[in-house]
Design a protein. Structure first.
Length: 279
């Protein structure tokens, strides 16, 4: 985690150093004089030993005539600051707090792009399926058991499926229909729930069959909120992507994954087959 953040800091510093030199400031001392900073601050930022603040970025770009880079660089700074949010830190008081933090993001988002290769996306889960997943989370991270409160907050997210003009583009791999979360009865309820939500007018629910030709390799699950934020979940942390160029890569990946998906009656047939498998 720290290595990834440090690498990003050093890459940003090298980029800023290039801007300085291209603008005619041959030394850090000359640039420090132009900005009113200490020379040591310029050196620390350029060598990745100090985080550049957003105001630092604005002034740097103004002095080097690279104002068009401000938005992208500020996104990079925020990306470094929030590069990894360790699950243990997020979950230290239980799972409910993390679910509550998601609600403002959902309320502000108009277009969702979701990819889950192995499990059903949280906003489409039944309460029983969600409870089973939280039990796994609580056991794995050894955190306080607040399953009921966490489930209640996750269910609260479902209101956005029915409110406003939000658009939900959700991709699941066929494996998500077979990954046994909570046992056969829980899985039957969850698969029935998927058949029901497919009728929602603003939900596009697609499945990637196990034998589909892939146009990009499947990676970790990720959730895109408009073109502003991507969350990628791993066992150790939640990876936040806010840098526009990286967000564009996830958008491209989603489009390529979507080319392998099936929808409508063919998707219903996959779910029906999974239900039959339970029997």
């Amino acid at each position: 985690m720290s290595n990834r953040a440090q690498e990003a800091r050093e890459a940003l510093g090298a980029r800023l150093r290039g801007f300085r030199k291209d603008a005619g400031f041959s030394s850090g001392r000359a640039f420090a004089a132009a900005t009113g900073w200490q020379e040591s601050k310029v050196s620390r930022i350029e060598n990745g030993r100090q985080n550049a603040g957003e105001d630092d970025i604005r002034l740097w770009c103004q002095k080097t005539n690279t104002e068009e880079q401000i938005e992208d660089l500020i996104a990079t700074v925020r990306h470094i600051e929030e590069l990894w949010l360790e699950w243990r830190r997020q979950l230290q008081t239980g799972a409910e707090q993390r679910q509550r933090k998601a609600l403002p993001v959902y309320s502000k988002t108009r277009v969702f792009r979701i990819f889950h290769p192995t499990v059903v996306w949280g906003t489409l889960q039944t309460a029983e399926y969600a409870a089973a997943t939280f039990q796994q989370v609580i056991g794995f991270y050894e955190i306080p058991d607040d399953t009921d409160a966490a489930v209640a907050k996750r269910m609260e997210r479902q209101q956005y499926l029915y409110q406003g003009d939000r658009i939900f583009n959700v991709l699941l791999s066929e494996q998500a229909l077979y990954t046994n979360i909570g046992g056969k009865d829980v899985m039957r309820g969850q698969l029935d729930r998927l058949l029901a939500v497919m009728r929602l007018p603003r939900l596009s629910l697609g499945f990637i069959p196990r034998d589909a030709v892939m146009h990009i390799w499947p990676g970790n699950s990720f959730s895109m909120f408009d073109d502003k934020l991507v969350l990628v979940e791993t066992y150790s942390a939640e990876f936040s992507v806010t840098q526009p160029r990286e967000i564009a890569l996830y958008a491209k990946a989603f489009d390529l994954l979507k080319r392998s998906a099936i929808y409508g009656e063919r998707a219903k047939a996959l779910i029906t087959r999974a239900l039959a498998h339970l029997d």
